[in-house]
Design a protein around this ligand. Structure first.
Ligand SMILES: [Mn+2]
Length: 288
């Protein structure tokens, strides 16, 4: 196998329960017993809630991500692709940074309903899963990536696909940084394949490849309700598969992959689990 699976069961970046259990449920669908599955476990900490604290669970998120960074690095050192299964999206701070630490110069495609481009100054909720893209591009790095000394992702090689639920100040951040954002409307207007191809071109322009971070909440919550922060008006299941397939057509450029935000507590009739299973098994098949 050319890939390892890493279960990143953390819900420390979000104020609802459930995401912690996501990876365990999803990886049960893996049929190929040659695939190695590693687990990074959350320390037994008391989770912080409320919106008055803008740095909720900061210490615990960092502890978790430090461990995950080490685990992802081990896979990268073997020359394999780490496929990290979340957990909330804060885990991508570790997976994405470990990858760029190995490959020095990468782009990133962030499939997501949200921008995840808040800083501690602009966040409304203080939930750290709203910050990871800002962290790994250095727009907000100060306290969330102490374990990483290497390069960060250039703004000009960072692309969000499927966005539709962005905070006002977050939009300002994205404009200020110059990160490319393709919305659900863009996907509808130009097609999932064309938009994904554009995103690949941007992520790979002048870089050594790309990290893919696939947040299941990009998909419409009627189709995929099993996420912690659903946003209406998402892409269809078919469009999501088209995006994954288009990315996998460029598999030589893929250095690392995340599938995040599955929340089994919120799922209905395993609808979201089935989609996550399909995406994961599609990725596994490609990197046999
Ligand atoms: Mn996200």
């Amino acid at each position: 196998m050319k890939l390892d699976i890493i279960e990143a069961g953390s819900d420390l970046g979000v104020n609802v329960e459930g995401a912690e259990k996501g990876p365990r449920v999803i990886t049960q669908s893996i049929k190929d017993d040659k695939i190695a599955i590693y687990k990074v476990k959350k320390n037994n900490v008391k989770k912080e809630y409320g919106v008055s604290n803008k740095k909720k669970n900061l210490k615990a998120v960092n502890e978790f991500n430090s461990k995950l960074y080490v685990q992802v690095t081990k896979t990268l050192e073997k020359g394999k692709i780490p496929v990290t299964i979340g957990g909330d999206h804060s885990i991508a701070i570790a997976s994405a940074l470990a990858s760029i630490n190995k490959y020095n110069n990468l782009g990133i495609i962030w499939f997501d309903a949200h921008g995840d481009f808040n800083t501690f100054d602009t966040t409304i909720t203080g939930n750290i899963h709203g910050l990871p893209l800002a962290v790994i591009t250095g727009y907000e790095k100060r306290e969330l990536a102490d374990f990483h000394k290497g390069n960060i992702y250039p703004f000009e090689n960072a692309v969000i696909v499927g966005a539709r639920d962005l905070d006002e100040l977050e939009v300002e951040n994205l404009k200020d940084a110059g990160v490319t954002v393709f919305t659900t409307d863009d996907v509808r207007m130009h097609g999932a394949k064309a938009i994904t191809q554009k995103a690949i071109d941007i992520a790979c322009k002048g870089t050594n490849g790309m990290h893919i971070s696939f947040d299941l909440d990009m998909i419409d919550p009627i189709i995929a309700p099993g996420v912690s922060v659903p946003a209406i008006d998402g892409v269809t299941e078919l469009q999501a598969y088209e995006m994954v397939n288009t990315v996998l057509e460029n598999k030589d450029k893929i250095k690392s992959f995340d599938i995040v935000e599955y929340n089994p507590d919120r799922d209905i009739d395993n609808k979201t689990k089935k989609i996550a299973d399909n995406v994961l098994n599609r990725v596994c098949k490609e990197f046999e």
